[in-house]
Design a protein around this ligand. Sequence first.
Ligand SMILES: CC(=O)[C@@H](O)[C@H](O)COP(=O)(O)O
Ligand SMILES: NCC(=O)COP(=O)(O)O
Length: 237
Amino acid sequence: MTRLSVNINKIATLRNSRGGNVPDVVAVAQDIERFGAEGITVHPRPDERHIRYQDARDLKSVVTTEYNIEGNPIPKFVDLVLEVKPTQVTLVPDSVDAITSNAGWDTHKNADFLKEVISTFKDAGIRTSIFVDPVSKQVEGAAKTGADRIELYTETYAKTFVKDPQQAVRSFTEAAVVANEVGLGINAGHDLNLDNIRYFKENVPNLLEVSIGHALICESLYLGLENVINMYLHRLK
Ligand SMILES: CC(=O)[C@@H](O)[C@H](O)COP(=O)(O)O
Ligand SMILES: NCC(=O)COP(=O)(O)O
């Protein structure tokens, strides 16, 4: 089974564009769960341009499915995650000024740092996942950090899929085979959408979870949030 975790960053972007509390991020998260999503993802960035640290705290008591917090483990983020204790923390090496996540970890160069931070989260009972490019060597390095899972960074898949789906998915299938061999669970995310999700799921063995935000919210402008969530669930069956 592949779980759908909905990333609600864009709901917060909309709210922040006007001040006030419309749309209400917490209420939308509850509705997303009621519509059938199996998880909620947030990615608070240091400048809090969309999800605020307080949102991450407020969501803890209302999310009843799986709560996933993503981000670069700077000290402020580590403290937040240890306070909130989500189901899962996904470590992403994004720089402060990045528009969005744009690379996976070099799991070899950052091995000592990752080992330390992962053991801190695991000691607190939080499942850990690290964001990696679909490269076997990086997946092998991820296993050595003690992480429970990897999140495969799917931007290259989404870009190439429109021209050549087979070529697009090849490195992801290979990375997943390695992850399965070394005992890592497999998540995926970034730029996944209604057009490319089914083929990805069909070609990545043991895909446990996808987190989807930007496209899902854009698609919902035309098709409605409840409908779109159910379209994803159907494609992930
Ligand atoms: C790790 C990942 O790919 C997503 O969490 C992405 O970073 C979304 O963040 P933004 O909404 O800030 O683009
Ligand atoms: N981890 C990926 C995520 O949460 C959503 O990424 P995107 O769908 O907004 O590109």
